[in-house]
Ligand binder design. Structure first.
Ligand code: SIN
Length: 379
């Protein structure tokens, strides 16, 4: 709904016709190339599992609080990324009745230390698993702090229609009542569900299924921290059922070509506040940023001197106006003349996800502001 609104408005603003999910076929397409296949993505219809067989789910672990253990003698303290993929599975009684699980340790970090190298490794591995028809779905365990960025990255680079479900936890594995085992069980249940196909990457915590574009973390410690502020959750999961409340997108979106190696093009986020000066912009330019995302106040606005600095920076790089407000869309040409200044607006993408998308666009040589704007409206 949000996406189609943005497409319509922006289509009117630019006089272009945009079609959501313009792939229109089962084959994933790449943005920025004429090639219709994603490297390592499935090129043919996978064989269904043998009759009566359990779905096969690969569990790729990356760390986070879900794999966290208490630090001896530290009271509430714990260290993220301690337990292994197999440890996480072993903590969920009966999970082997839902799916045949294939654990793999991709990394074991707190997600504040998530890197572009790990993103690329993860995406390549998932594309390979699907290309080999080695699993019917993938679950990624991940720290909650940056799970929304990884989910959005994977959503844009993993081909095919099999589900990729990210799960985390707000309490470490050694807590009095850890939420990780229930979240992992829920994520596996979703990844194993036939109706999860064609929905891209999702985040599952606290019995709720969120789409990668919409989901965001809203509370520092509560188990009810993830929301989809602009369009609501994709659905719900409990021990007995998976219930989607939104339809899947009608067609698969083109996926980006996965960059061969890190680093991705540098994109900096500058955070607006009362009394802001242009120093953050000068710093980003000075450090070689190829793109700048403004975490603006309100509708993506900021101080006049910062707008001037962004407009000057715009000659050699792409500037995207996003907002530090947790919900709503940044509208083109409302408070700021984007057409005149050459800015892109982020639609409903928050600053970290705007950064991920701009990095992928720049890595795929998509730099023209009109084209970049189209991608922000439709991804
Ligand atoms: C992290 O993001 O790795 C730590 C916090 C968490 O997983 O909830």
């Amino acid at each position: 709904m949000v996406r189609s609104t943005v497409i319509r408005l922006f289509g009117l603003a630019l006089g272009v016709t945009l079609i959501a999910g313009c792939g229109g076929t089962d084959a994933p397409k790449q943005a920025g190339t004429s090639d219709n296949s994603v490297s390592g993505a499935p090129s043919s219809t996978p064989l269904p599992p043998a009759p009566g067989a359990l779905p096969r789910i690969a569990v790729l672990a990356t760390g986070g609080t879900i794999a966290g253990k208490s630090t001896p003698g530290s009271g509430v303290g714990y260290t993220a990324g301690q337990a292994s993929a197999q440890d996480l599975i072993d903590a969920v009684p009966g999970i082997d009745k839902i799916a045949t699980l294939q654990p793999e340790q991709v990394a074991n970090v707190g997600s504040q230390d998530m890197t572009e190298e790990i993103w690329l490794t993860l995406a390549r591995r998932i594309n390979q698993v699907f290309a080999d028809n080695a699993a019917d779905g993938v679950v990624v365990t991940h720290g909650t702090d940056t799970i929304e960025e990884t989910a959005f990255f994977l959503d844009n680079v993993v081909g095919g229609d099999k589900p990729v479900v990210l799960a985390g936890a707000m309490r470490p594995a050694t807590a009095l009542s850890p939420d990780g085992p229930a979240n992992l069980r829920a994520a596996v249940t979703v990844a194993a569900a036939p109706q999860a196909r064609g929905r891209g990457a999702m985040v599952v915590l606290n019995d709720t299924i969120h789409g990668a574009r919409d989901v965001t973390k809203t509370h520092t410690t509560s188990v009810q921290t993830f929301v989809s502020p602009n369009s609501g959750p994709e659905g719900y999961v409990d021990t007995g059922s998976v219930r989607f409340v939104k339809s899947p997108l009608p067609h698969q979106r083109p996926r980006f070509r996965l960059p061969d190696a890190a680093p991705l093009p540098r994109v900096d986020i500058v955070y607006s506040h009362a009394g802001m000066r242009a120093d953050q912009v000068h710093d980003a330019v000075g450090h070689g940023a190829k793109g700048i995302v403004l975490a603006g106040v309100g509708d993506g606005n900021t101080a006049k001197s910062v707008i001037d600095a962004l407009a000057a920076a715009n000659d050699d790089r792409v500037v995207v106006r996003s907002t530090r407000v947790g919900a709503g869309e940044v509208m083109r040409n409302a408070e700021i003349n984007d057409d005149e200044l050459g800015f892109v607006t982020s639609a409903d993408l928050n600053p970290p996800k705007s950064r991920v998308l701009l990095q992928l666009l720049l890595a795929n040589d998509i730099t023209d502001p009109t084209r970049v704007q189209q991608e922000f409206a439709t991804r």
